[in-house]
Design a protein. Structure first.
Length: 365
C-alpha cells in the first residue's frame, strides 16, 4: 500500500500540534512564536485604556471563519482596530515570493472561502474547494464513503490543473488539503471503524493518483499537520470554580486546545492560580503547568523568544497534557461527559508521539 513508502521518522508536527499552527508555519516558514497562530481562537487587545477613555477591550479572535471575527459579537475584527497585518504577524510566501515564481500555483482545500485560507493562498492563485461530509453521516458508511469520494474529486481536480499547465509548457505547484480523516477522528475517536475506512480509501486514491501522475516529471509529497488521540469521557477534565475565578480567559476545549491550555490570569492572581492548580489532583498529575516564559525558554514555540506582537496571545500559563486527559469547557462537559450517553472525542495539540509523529511520503519518478 501507499503507506509502506512512509518515512515515519522524517518529520514531526509543530507545537502546538494544531492545524492553524502547522499550516501557518508551512505558509510562512516561521515558528508559532513568530507567526502568532497557535490555534483557531486567540485572545488579544488593541491599544491601552486610560481613565475616562475606554478602548474596545479584549477580543476573542476567530481565525477559521468566513471573515476575521470577534466571537463575542461576531463582528469583523476591523471594528475593533485589528488589521490583517495585526492578526497575521508574518506574511505568507504565496504573497512574498509566489509573484516572482514561474510556476502556476493551485490550491485545493477543504477550507476554501474562509479568511484564513484566502490569506495563506494569496489572491492571484487558482483555488478549488473540496466538500466536507455532513456531521449527521459521521460514523456511518455513507460518511466515510463521501469523505473518500470528495478526496477523489480533489485529486481529479489537481490532475486536470497539472495537465493544463503541462499543455501550456508551464511548471506548476499544487497544494491539496483535506479535512479527513481529521473530521472523522474528532467526532468518533481514532479507533472507530469508519476512520479506518477513510484512511484506507485515501491510501487507495493516492496510489491511483501517483500512477496517473507518473507520466509527468513531477514530485509528490504527502504529509499531515498533526496526529490524533482518543479522549474518553473519563479523561475530560473540568476546571474547578475557584481556579476559574483567577482567570480572564481559558483557551481550552475537547477537540484540541484543552491539550495545551493557554491561561490568561487576572492581574495579581498568578500565585493563587498556581497554588489552586497544585491542589487539584486531576490537574497536578496529568498536565505540565509552565509559565509561558518557561515554555518559550524550552523552545516550545520555536528557537527564538515570541515576538512582542505574538506574546499577549499566549497568556500567562500553558498546561500541556502528559497523557490522554484533556481540559474541557462547561458546555463540552455537559454534552460529552456528564450526559446520559457519554461519548469519546478525538483531539490533538500536545506532545504525545501520537500527536507529533506525522507521515512523510516523498515520491519522484
Amino acid at each position: 500500500t501507499w503507506g509502506t513508502n512512509n518515512q515515519a521518522d522524517r518529520l514531526r508536527a509543530i507545537f502546538p500540534s494544531t492545524t492553524p499552527a502547522a499550516l501557518t508555519t508551512l505558509w510562512t516558514g516561521a515558528w508559532p512564536g513568530q507567526h502568532g497562530q497557535p490555534g483557531w481562537d486567540l485572545h488579544d487587545q488593541k491599544g491601552c485604556e486610560y481613565p475616562g477613555k475606554a478602548t474596545t477591550g479584549p477580543v476573542q479572535m476567530r481565525v477559521l471563519h468566513p471573515f476575521h471575527a470577534d466571537t463575542r459579537t461576531f463582528r469583523p475584527l476591523e471594528n475593533f482596530g485589528f488589521t490583517s497585518e495585526d492578526l497575521y504577524v508574518v506574511q505568507p510566501w504565496t504573497t512574498n515570493g509566489a509573484k516572482r515564481s514561474l510556476r502556476r500555483m493551485t490550491f485545493v482545500t477543504a477550507y476554501q472561502g474562509g479568511s484564513f485560507s484566502s490569506w495563506g493562498q494569496g489572491s492571484d492563485n487558482i483555488t478549488t474547494s473540496i466538500p466536507e461530509t455532513s456531521y449527521d453521516t459521521l460514523g456511518k458508511p455513507e460518511g466515510s464513503a463521501a469523505a473518500v469520494e470528495f478526496f477523489r474529486r480533489g485529486l481529479d481536480s489537481v490532475m486536470l490543473r497539472i495537465h493544463d499547465a503541462e499543455a501550456q509548457g508551464l511548471k506548476s505547484f499544487t497544494y491539496l488539503y483535506t479535512a479527513h480523516p481529521d473530521k472523522h477522528m474528532h467526532s468518533l475517536g481514532v479507533e472507530h471503524a469508519e476512520v479506518r475506512r477513510v484512511i484506507e480509501g485515501i491510501d487507495a486514491e493516492l496510489v491511483r493518483f501517483w500512477a496517473a501522475l507518473a507520466q509527468h516529471d513531477a514530485t509528490l509529497i504527502v504529509t499531515a499537520d498533526h496526529g490524533h488521540v482518543t479522549v474518553q469521557p473519563k479523561h475530560m477534565v473540568s476546571l474547578p470554580a475557584p481556579l476559574v475565578d483567577c482567570l480572564e480567559y481559558a483557551n481550552i476545549g475537547v477537540l484540541g486546545p484543552g491539550r495545551h491550555g493557554l491561561f490568561h490570569c487576572r492581574s495579581g492572581r498568578r500565585h493563587e492560580f498556581e497554588e489552586l492548580w497544585a491542589q487539584h489532583r486531576d490537574l497536578r498529575d496529568n498536565f505540565l503547568l509552565l509559565t509561558v516564559e518557561d515554555a518559550a525558554a524550552e523552545g516550545l514555540f520555536g528557537p527564538d523568544a515570541p515576538l512582542p506582537k505574538v506574546r499577549p496571545r499566549l497568556g500567562d500559563y500553558i498546561a500541556i497534557s502528559t497523557g490522554f486527559h484533556t481540559l474541557v469547557t462547561p458546555i463540552e462537559a455537559s454534552s460529552f461527559r456528564d450526559c446520559d450517553v457519554p461519548v469519546c472525542k478525538g483531539a490533538h495539540g500536545s506532545l504525545l508521539p501520537e500527536e507529533m509523529r506525522i507521515p512523510f511520503v516523498f515520491m519522484h519518478p
